[in-house]
Design a protein around this ligand. Structure first.
Ligand code: SF4
Ligand code: SF4
Ligand code: SF4
Length: 501
């Protein structure tokens, strides 16, 4: 037997004075950490598999539990930090690629936190959103370059197909399979209540959710799982996934153990078979090929649905977006390198891609310079954490934002970053029926509605503070932003001035 070089990462501390031995923690932990020792007549734990999901802590009725990072530390080394050393041990033990989930946790600059928002005073008064109308509705899709009128001077209102949203935020792509049925149900219900959209991801659309079609974006990814005519017809828009912020340049892999029952039927993949999405679409090697798929999807749906092309934010994203805008796509979705995922190779997640803030500013500027900004709407995602991030994204040029991790947090996710194991104690990233039922659909969708309602209020307040009364007037209005603690080059790419200038 070899030595396990890795000491448990977390320590579960139980206050025995408070513990009533009710064994709730034992029932709540799918990783089997807690158990009752009959001989000792007390609760004991084996922390080796604890992922610090905080489920037992939240459910302990006497607050007897605490989970902390293990203080048993390696000798300090600025170059070889503890996580890096442990990763080498893991690979030396397994010989495999390291897998992880959720977004890039590394300490790269978060540009949202280096951008500040303007407020009006004196000559340009602020607006009180409680007393004056404030427009948060947005329409996503191709817009004409100028207003067309008929011979009587009446505005011609015929527009290419659009998605109407009550606020500039949507739930981003999360497939049924990577997340549970109940999580999908929460997202779809909340999206309908809120007048926004959620996104099927690449897992197809479960028959129960066809009723939410007007609030659904259906995705077509390289594996084409679950794609058929009724599926394409069901959604408000169709999204072609070319790339994803968490794992640019590689495909997806849902292990056969998760392809069971409804997931298998919805994906149209036999039970127990791995669902592997190839890295490229095997029919797309140029903008012309992409154009063919865009128009095939439009043709299949009678030109009634806007088509979105989703790409990861990578080097040269502005040129890529320019090509996509010319492919006939109505909307471009750009996913930054902090975007979440159910499973990704750790090295890819942590080292590939660029921040969404820089990608967005570069794309918006390029499309303006080329005179084609109105040909597409821009959606951005990849760690939009608050209403302030939304406001900053809109002012940098986005039409709307996708949120994924924030939505999962609203459902109870504690960011333990082990979705790839399928043992999510919060009933989100799992297909285990016992775990799935922990996520209450009504309570979960209400929490999503609460979060979005709160953000909408905050968006209105911030817009009012700037003296702006509509999202449309804020879009691309970079004068409403200034930077702090950034280099001239960074400010230049973002197209904003430094604070005090
Ligand atoms: S849930 Fe709390 S009180 Fe109950 S057994 Fe566990 S630690 Fe003790
Ligand atoms: S894995 Fe989660 S539920 Fe289990 S002991 Fe650790 S924190 Fe508690
Ligand atoms: S969804 Fe579940 S498994 Fe994934 S990070 Fe959140 S709590 Fe952990």
């Amino acid at each position: 037997m070899g030595i396990d070089y890795i000491y448990p990462q977390f320590e579960v501390i139980r206050n025995d004075d408070r513990c009533t031995k009710c064994r709730i923690c034992e029932k709540q932990c799918a990783n089997g950490i807690h158990c009752f020792d009959i001989r000792k007549k007390q609760m004991v734990c084996d922390e080796s598999k604890c992922v610090n999901c905080q489920r037992c802590v939240c459910f302990c009725p006497t607050h007897a539990l605490k989970v902390t990072r293990n203080e048993c530390s390696f000798r300090e080394n600025a170059n070889w930090d503890e996580d890096t050393v442990k990763e080498v041990y893991k690979q030396a033990g397994s010989g495999g690629v390291l897998l992880s989930s959720m977004g890039n946790p590394k300490r790269f600059p978060v540009y949202w936190d280096r951008i500040l928002i303007n407020a009006s005073q004196v000559t340009n008064p602020s607006i009180d959103p409680l007393r004056e109308p404030m427009e948060t509705i947005v329409f996503l899709g191709k817009k004409p370059n100028s207003i067309q009128r008929d011979e009587n001077g009446k505005i011609k209102c015929e527009l290419p197909p659009q998605i109407e949203l009550s606020m500039p935020v949507m739930f981003s792509a999360m497939s049924y399979g990577s997340i549970s049925y109940n999580a999908h149900a929460c997202l779809s219900k909340a999206a309908r209540e809120l007048g926004i959209c959620y996104n099927t991801g690449e897992g197809g659309l479960h028959e129960d959710f066809y009723a939410y079609g007007e609030n659904t974006i259906v995705q077509v990814a390289s594996g084409r799982f679950g794609v058929h005519k009724d599926y394409l017809e069901a959604g408000a828009a169709i999204e072609i996934k070319m790339g994803q912020g968490a794992k640019p340049g590689i495909g997806g892999h849902l292990p056969g153990t998760k392809i069971i029952g409804d997931v298998s039927r919805t994906r149209m993949v036999p039970e127990g078979t791995d669902a592997i999405s190839p890295a490229p679409h095997h029919d797309i090697y140029s903008i012309e090929d992409l154009r063919q798929l865009v128009y095939s999807l439009k043709e299949a749906t009678n030109y009634k649905k806007p088509v979105i092309v989703k790409v990861a934010a990578v080097h040269n994203i502005a040129a890529i977006a320019s090509g996509i805008a010319r492919s006939g796509a109505d909307i471009i979705a750009i996913d930054g390198f902090r975007g979440g995922t159910g499973a990704a190779p750790t090295r890819i997640r942590d080292n590939v891609g660029i921040p969404i803030e820089l990608a967005l500013a570069a794309v918006d500027q390029r499309l303006r310079d080329e005179g084609i900004r109105n040909h597409v709407s821009l959606i951005v995602g990849g760690s939009i954490r608050s209403s302030a991030d939304v406001i900053k994204a809109i002012a940098l040029g986005a039409d709307a934002c996708y949120i994924g991790t924030a939505a999962l947090l609203a459902l109870g996710c504690h960011l333990c970053r082990t979705c790839q194991t399928g043992k999510c104690n919060w009933g989100i990233a799992t297909q285990d029926p016992e775990l799935v039922k922990r996520l209450d659909i009504d309570a979960g969708s209400q929490r999503l509605i609460n979060l979005m309602t709160a953000w909408k209020h905050e968006i209105k307040e911030m817009m009012g503070g700037m003296g702006i009364n509509s999202i449309e007037a804020l879009k691309g209005n970079r004068l409403m932003l200034c930077g702090i603690g950034m280099t001239d080059r960074e400010l230049d790419i973002l197209g904003i001035f430094h604070a005090g200038e």
